[in-house]
Write a protein that binds this ligand. Structure first.
Ligand code: ADP
Length: 706
């Protein structure tokens, strides 16, 4: 419970009940106006989320009962009228819950700000007043004899209008006080708020407001008093319309309350256009209907205007935001170092950035100029051979291919320098008939890489000779020692030589791996149909003899033929089979199963599974990176390059490779390769390079070469 709020509404409601009971029409129990209906509705709405809201209902009922008793109604009638009032409010709330759920469910007062809310409020007010009218009329009949239909209509209109006007105003003011606490209860805050408002309001608007207040007063005084015999109600309507279209919903509700009260009061005392109606009850009824109409029209106009203004404001804010975002995007695209071109379905360039114009030369257009054809750029294979139209990056993207890091050579027609570009192209999600093509200049990078690769190749090649010499001399020394007499010094010497031999073997392996790595990455592919099964059997036979312990057991299923580079495929198989043997515990016999299946049309899926020591959890991906190992220390030595080589080989064939745990123990490596019958892939799948390497060492990594 919020005691101050309950106390404030107790005072307000008591006053409303006594005002309502002040004047009786034609000796009946019905008052002219019943502000208590509206005040009660606002009270219970304000307390709707409070746990002790039933206490508020009880206090409200007690005030209604006391008010009726004190102002002359007998106990049964007072009780019946109290029941009618309470039922009226409860029905109002029940309907309002459904007709205005956004306002009802909102914390605090809720935002009564849409025309739809007005219709919800009207429906709830009429439903509540209807139930109240039914109960009160039954009670009046029981006490005074038959009640007229007009009395029922008076209750319905009087209470319905009271709930509508006062609740609309109450909700708006409640919201205001939420935004500016104390504005309704503390005069200093209210004064400050008015001062601030005035300081931000142009003089013209203040003048208009004063004019409206004066004109409203004049119109009501003229219609209901000075020129009471003339039918001037249209003047009053124009005041409401003026208020609504210029001053918003809160002031319109206040205006309707003040002018409505004035209209009913004037009519009750025989003034104004409705005074000619003979029966005082009917006269007041007509005045109430008039007030209700004025309030509904005014509020509908004002809320509609507020809604429109909010929408305009939101749209303007959204447009500004969009404009700012578009500006920022344009600035980013302009400043990008990578070239960016948007091409439509007809191959026309609809947008390009300065980097694209710099890299591609003639043909590229600024952001705003007339589109030119993408064909105007000269894009070739990196080795300088022409790139067919079908294989242009934008055409591949348009036909649904994902183009990633495709190497092309850009030869601008205007004679500018050639660039080696890495191109990616994607269909734009919102316009699937347009693609965005991004060009990354890799000229310097590739030159450096080529130089480095050549250097590594030379170094590795040149290191092999002295290393072979070291190995050969170490072997000779071992033989000489074996031939001579054994002694303590001989044993130490033999141990030292064995270490030299092991170190030389490790170095040999590393050099071989480095050379193989360069080959796997750079050597051009010679694709041909390869009988996978016989390739695996050859590798298995070569790997079959182990220096120590029993040889591995192979289970090679019938395997599908693939389309691959035979030498690289052999290297791939040898690395995987070698690892399967190497990563088996020394006292275990390696067991390797090789199977294949058709993965999807045109692709073969190969699986090499072992029963070895397995891969530690979480390391299944990183082992494919250069120099990364999952088993360090212990008896398993290696360079960490083998799987990186495998990955490179598989990817150059357009396939994928991954490692998994083998159910039941060990690991399995699964990779895909094009099927033998598949059409020859385009060169986009590989990085076709201008420079070709002819040194392709046929070396393989040997299991357990330590
Ligand atoms: P290495 O020269 O160390 O063998 P690889 O690149 O061939 O390098 O393998 C990377 C790492 O992956 C290895 O160090 C090892 O930890 C793990 N690995 C590779 N194959 C297997 C396998 N069949 N079983 C268990 N672990 C493996």
């Amino acid at each position: 419970m919020t005691p101050p709020r309950t106390a404030a509404f107790t005072v307000l409601y008591t006053a409303a009940v006594f005002i309502g009971r002040m004047d009786l029409i034609g000796g009946t129990e019905l008052g002219l106006i019943w502000p208590a209906a509206g005040v009660g509705a606002v009270w219970l709405l304000a307390q709707r989320h409070v746990r002790s809201r039933w206490l508020d209902v009880s206090v409200l009922a007690a005030i209604t009962l006391t008010g009726n008793l004190v102002t002359g109604a007998d106990l049964p009638l007072s009780a019946a009228l109290t029941a009618a009032n309470v039922a009226q409010l409860l029905v109002f709330l029940a309907v309002f819950t459904r007709s205005c759920p956004q306002v009802w469910n909102a914390p605090g007062w809720g935002a009564f700000e849409r025309v739809q809310h007005l219709w919800g409020l009207l429906a709830a007010a009429l439903a509540g007043a209807g139930v109240g009218a039914f109960i009160s009329l039954a009670a009046l009949e029981a006490s005074d004899g038959p009640a007229s239909a007009v009395s029922a209509a008076v209750w319905l209109t009087r209470n319905g209008v009271s709930i509508l006007v006062i609740t609309a105003l109450g909700l708006r003011l409640g919201r205001l006080s939420e935004r500016r606490p104390g504005v309704l209860t503390r005069p200093a805050v209210a004064r400050q708020a008015v001062r601030e408002r005035l300081s931000h309001t142009p003089d013209r608007r203040i003048a208009e407001f004063c004019a409206l207040v004066a004109a409203s007063a004049a119109a009501y005084i003229a219609t209901f008093w000075i020129l009471r015999d003339l039918p001037l109600t249209f003047l009053l309507m124009s005041m409401t319309v003026w208020t609504a279209v210029r001053f918003g919903a809160t002031f319109t509700a206040l205006h309707a309350l003040i002018t409505g009260t004035a209209a009913v009061a004037f009519t009750a005392y025989g003034g104004g256009p409705f005074a000619a109606i003979g029966s005082p009850t009917t006269r007041v009824l007509v005045a109430q209907v008039f007030v209700g109409m004025v309030a509904v029209i005014g509020l509908a106009l004002a809320l509609g205007r507020d809604e429109r203004e909010t929408l305009f404001r939101q749209r303007a804010a959204a447009e500004q935001e969009l404009g700012a975002q578009a500006g920022m995007l344009a600035a980013i695209v302009e400043a990008m170092h990578d070239g960016l071109v948007v091409v439509d379905a007809d191959g026309r360039v609809v947008m390009s950035n300065p980097a694209a114009r710099r890299l591609l030369g003639a043909g590229a257009t600024p952001l705003t100029s007339v589109p030119v054809s993408f064909e105007a750029y000269r894009l070739l294979h990196p080795d300088g051979t022409p790139l067919s139209e079908r294989r242009q990056p934008h055409m591949l993207a348009l036909s649904g291919h994902e183009v990633r890091d495709m190497d092309v050579l850009a030869c601008p027609l205007d004679g500018r320098q050639e660039h080696l570009l890495s191109v990616s192209a994607t269909r734009l999600p919102a316009h699937d008939r347009a693609v965005v093509v991004v060009f990354h200049d890799v000229t310097a990078e590739r030159r450096q890489r080529d130089e480095l690769t050549a250097f590594a190749g030379i170094v590795a090649h040149d290191l092999r000779n002295p290393l072979s010499t070291v190995s050969a001399w170490a072997q000779l020394l071992t033989d000489a020692l074996d031939a001579g007499p054994a002694g303590e010094a001989t044993g130490e010497l033999a141990d030292g030589i064995a270490r030299i031999q092991r170190a030389a073997a490790q170095m040999q392996e590393l050099i071989d791996d480095l050379l193989a790595h360069a080959t796997a990455r750079d050597a051009p592919l010679a694709l041909e149909p390869v009988a996978l099964e016989s390739a695996v059997r050859q590798v298995a036979a070569a790997r079959g003899d182990l220096p120590h312990g029993p040889g591995p057991v192979f289970d090679i299923g019938p395997l599908d033929a693939v389309r691959a580079d035979a030498a690289l495929l052999r290297q791939l198989l040898d690395n995987l089979v070698g690892n399967a043997i190497k990563y088996t515990a020394p006292d275990q016999r390696p067991r390797i199963t090789v199977t294949s299946a058709l993965e999807r049309p045109g692709w073969v899926r190969v699986e090499i599974a072992d029963r070895g020591i397995g891969i530690p959890p979480g390391r299944h991906q990183m082992i494919f990176e250069n120099f990364r190992r999952a088993h360090t220390g212990g008896p398993y030595t290696g360079s960490g390059l083998g799987l990186a080589i495998c990955k490179r080989i598989v990817e150059r064939h357009g396939g994928t490779i991954r490692a998994e745990d083998n159910p039941g123990g060990g690991s399995r490596f699964i990779f895909t390769l094009p099927a033998a019958g598949a059409p020859a892939p385009d060169r986009t799948g590989e990085s076709a390079r201008a420079t070709t390497q002819d040194s392709r060492p046929r070396t393989s990594r040997r299991a357990g070469d330590t």
